[in-house]
Design a protein around this ligand. Structure first.
Ligand SMILES: Nc1nc2c(c(=O)[nH]1)N[C@H]1C(S)=C(S)[C@@H](COP(=O)(O)OP(=O)(O)OC[C@H]3O[C@@H](n4cnc5c(=O)[nH]c(N)nc54)[C@H](O)[C@@H]3O)O[C@H]1N2
Ligand SMILES: Nc1nc2c(c(=O)[nH]1)N[C@H]1C(S)=C(S)[C@@H](COP(=O)(O)OP(=O)(O)OC[C@H]3O[C@@H](n4cnc5c(=O)[nH]c(N)nc54)[C@H](O)[C@@H]3O)O[C@H]1N2
Ligand code: SF4
Ligand SMILES: [Mo]
Length: 698
């Protein structure tokens, strides 16, 4: 087997920080040693335990090494050849299309896929299958922040500034981010902020490891961030601390937004959020006193059925104090998945074409159709959002191709989603491991992993990075790009030339497709990414001889008139509030040692040792009321289902709230309980708040 002798600089397979790492192949050429790359500015050599142990998933014991096809006799998945597996998928999709029409074929992608894969997957859905029914797990992730950013600034890029700006600002409000556990190397930026005299405010119903770093921690009821932001804005107005010159010169819509906060008296906001008035005032003081300041949101305020308006309210607060588009200040969203940013720009989203273009925009359709060599009229329109697509499986959607997600564990109302997946005529899953979702498939394709393939990803700062192949994949494994090429050759012979298997060729086409769009990659080439010292290039970057754009909006916003928009928003209750039958709030999230649905990290011994299984975090007073002590098995029950896990009794959570991580399937699957109520704009499900009953088991 051929291996590259020298260490290869690349990036982590997991979260959106995309820490730089160095891979050194072992003697057998089957594994790699991982070390942090000190020359990469985002992590400067630091890695969390997941990144450190990522190579374990490359080993043969835990990964898929050959295709599997369900045997009609035994009903079990059995080894098959690639030819047989690809023929079966092409046959399944073609049958569905012939019987029920193109829109009966669904495609589901992921924010972990490289830009090249996300691009090819969207193109495959639209021009090979001809279906409008494609969406991806990023809908569950940052779609509310993306929608709010579009509305306010005319553009969505997670952070409009590099992380290196963070320690030099005066005050950071971190809304619903537990980055000490979800992006550990980024904690350094907060430590440096404080060392420089900057203030940190953390807003989270739990006193997390991140909140422990804060100068001020506010612990609102889950789902009430919108009222909290309006309450802070009310106080700013009342105290005359808004930036009127900035508002006049750089924004529109202030009068209406201002009128909307007048009813949000501090005492009212205290009643809604549970945050005492003096603490609300203290937060306003810290934020308004700071010369420069940032508001950063993550999944806490975003994964709500009003996530778009909630982020809108935080953006309004930032705008009213003159922050966005000024140095060392602004609003940003901490994107989550490895390619959460790029994954939302290049066409695997239901309403979108590459370059962050809109599928409904005739000029965008014409541009992309020309690059793809098809008639613009042949491009389907927008399809269903992720949860709606999963909910339609077995109904209007009869066959599904899934690449890069494990919705049996990660989708809201997961037992229902699992039942929908089982009711399909045909399910194909491409994955690196046999995930809970792959277990349900008719055909499973084993694909190459990060260390075995080259591709680009765009991190949470909008920094486009080159991930390089360091080792050769095992023989039975092929890349996602090869899968799409082979399926195209079977479904639409001739079109496969438009689906090259070389990532660089795909990227060069992506550059042309994105040229002139909001997320313009035209000036970014593999050559440039390899030669730039590995620091990456920030989009938009229209010209090969021009720089990228680390800082957005300094001169103007991306709206037609260059001004940001205040959007008037009003607080509303969560889709499901506690009542006599279901008296407690459930919120959900992550722990440091597991990643997402756990499909990859639950296969790594040292991570399992650190985080062996699910748990229910509850306050000692709630525990006492329920007669529960540490370690007791408790059931968390909602109108949709139940999850059972041991109790963790902690003083760091609100008395009215329990918390569960979502990394496990089986009896402890918290998504059996969560509410699929959707945000009307972003179609984001309400992962962060629903009403439950907690019971001692046995
Ligand atoms: N270890 C680890 N790291 C990861 C991931 C992982 O699975 N594991 N996933 C990656 C991905 S894809 C993502 S999206 C990011 C997510 O990163 P984060 O957003 O930091 O992660 P979460 O734990 O989902 O949520 C953050 C916090 O929101 C709080 N919260 C709950 N409800 C509310 C609410 O109503 N309001 C507010 N203000 N806060 C609330 C929770 O208590 C939690 O501490 O992490 C990335 N990094
Ligand atoms: N209750 C609750 N539920 C949540 C959340 C929450 O906070 N609370 N957060 C939501 C969020 S933010 C997210 S992002 C989702 C994530 O949830 P999922 O979409 O399930 O994400 P992963 O577990 O990362 O699944 C990725 C799958 O793709 C595989 N894979 C990895 N790389 C590749 C590749 O290159 N090609 C292919 N073909 N497969 C690959 C992995 O092995 C894994 O099986 O979960 C959401 N669900
Ligand atoms: S913080 Fe994220 S990118 Fe960095 S090593 Fe950990 S999982 Fe990988
Ligand atoms: Mo995410």
């Amino acid at each position: 087997m051929h291996t590259q002798p020298a260490p290869t600089p690349t990036h982590c397979p997991y979260c959106a920080l995309q820490c730089g790492m160095q891979l050194t192949p072992d003697a057998a050429g089957e594994g790699v040693a991982v070390t942090g790359r000190a020359d990469f500015p985002v992590n400067r050599g630091a890695l969390c335990g997941k990144g450190q142990s990522a190579a374990a998933v490359l080993s043969r014991g835990v990964r898929l090494t050959g295709p599997l096809v369900r045997d009609p006799g035994t009903g079990r998945l059995a080894p098959a050849t690639w030819e047989a597996a690809l023929d079966a998928i092409a046959g399944g999709l073609a049958r569905t299309r012939a019987l029920h029409g193109a829109d009966a074929c669904g495609v589901f992608g992921g924010g972990g896929l490289t830009n090249e894969k996300a691009y090819a997957l969207g193109k495959f859905a639209r021009i090979v299958l001809g279906t409008s029914q494609i969406d991806y797990n990023g809908r569950f992730c940052m779609s509310s922040a993306a929608a709010a950013g579009q509305r306010a600034f005319g553009l969505d890029r997670g952070l409009p500034f590099p992380l290196e700006d963070l320690p030099r600002t005066g005050c950071v409000i971190l809304v619903g981010s537990n980055l000490a556990e979800t992006m550990p190397p980024a904690l350094r930026y907060l430590t440096e902020l404080k060392a420089n005299g900057g203030k940190l405010i953390v807003i989270d119903p739990r006193r997390t490891r991140t909140a422990e770093q804060a100068d001020l921690h506010l612990a609102p009821r889950p789902g009430t961030d919108l009222a909290l932001a309006l309450g802070m804005l009310h106080l700013l107005v009342a105290e005359g601390r808004t930036d009127e010159a900035y508002i006049r010169e750089r924004t529109r819509g202030w009068a209406e937004a201002r009128a909307g906060v007048m009813a949000h008296w501090p005492e009212y906001v205290e009643r809604v959020t549970g945050v005492p008035v003096p603490r609300l005032r203290a937060a306003v003081g810290l934020f308004a006193d700071a010369e420069t300041a940032m508001v950063l949101t993550a999944r806490g305020p975003e994964q709500q059925s009003k996530g778009t308006d909630t982020v809108g309210a935080w953006i309004n607060l930032a705008l009213a104090t003159g922050r966005p588009g000024t140095p060392l200040s602004g609003y940003g969203c901490l994107t989550g998945q490895g390619n959460g940013q790029g994954g939302r720009e290049h066409g695997q989203k239901a309403d979108q074409l590459p370059g962050y273009r809109k599928l409904t925009d005739p000029a965008a359709r014409a541009h992309v159709a020309e690059v793809w060599g098809v008639d613009p009229a042949a491009l389907p329109g927008p399809g269903r959002s992720a949860y709606e697509l999963l909910d339609a499986l077995g109904g209007e959607i009869r066959s599904l191709l899934l690449m890069g997600s494990n919705p049996v564990v990660s989708a809201p109302r997961a037992a229902h989603v699992e039942e929908r997946l089982r009711s399909l005529d045909f399910l194909a899953v491409a994955d690196v491991v046999l995930s809970e979702t792959a277990e349900l498939a008719d055909v499973v394709l084993p694909v190459t992993q990060w260390a075995e393939e080259t591709g680009t990803v765009t991190n949470l700062e909008g920094r486009v990075l080159l991930r390089r192949r360091a080792i050769t994949a095992p023989p039975g494994v092929r890349s996602d790009l090869e899968v799409l090429h082979e399926l195209t050759a079977r479904l639409s012979p001739g079109l496969e030339k438009g689906f090259p298997v070389e990532p660089e060729e795909v990227f060069d086409e992506l550059r042309r497709a994105s040229a002139g769009g909001p997320a313009d990659y035209a000036g970014i080439s593999y050559e440039r990414l390899a030669a730039d010292g590995g620091e990456g290039v920030f989009w938009p970057c229209p010209a090969t001889d021009g720089p990228g754009t680390p800082r957005l909006f300094l001169d103007r916003f991306a709206t037609e008139d260059g001004r940001a928009r205040f959007v008037p928003v009003a607080h509303r209750a969560a889709a499901e509030e506690p009542d006599a039958e279901y008296p407690v709030y459930l919120t959900t999230g992550r722990v440091v040692a597991q990643y997402q649905s756990g499909a990859q990290t639950r296969r790594v011994d040292e991570l399992n040792k650190a985080a062996p299984g699910p748990f229910v975090e509850l306050h000692p007073r709630l525990a006492a009321r329920l007669g529960v002590v540490e370690g007791d098995e408790v059931a968390v029950v909602s109108r949709r289902g139940r999850a059972v896990a041991p109790a963790r009794v902690v003083g760091t959570i609100r008395v009215d709230t329990v918390f569960m991580p979502f990394h496990w399937g089986g009896a402890g699957r918290v998504n059996a309980v969560t509410n699929p109520a959707l945000d009307p704009v972003s179609r984001m499900p309400e992962f962060k708040v629903c009403a439950v009953r907690v019971e001692r088991v046995g």
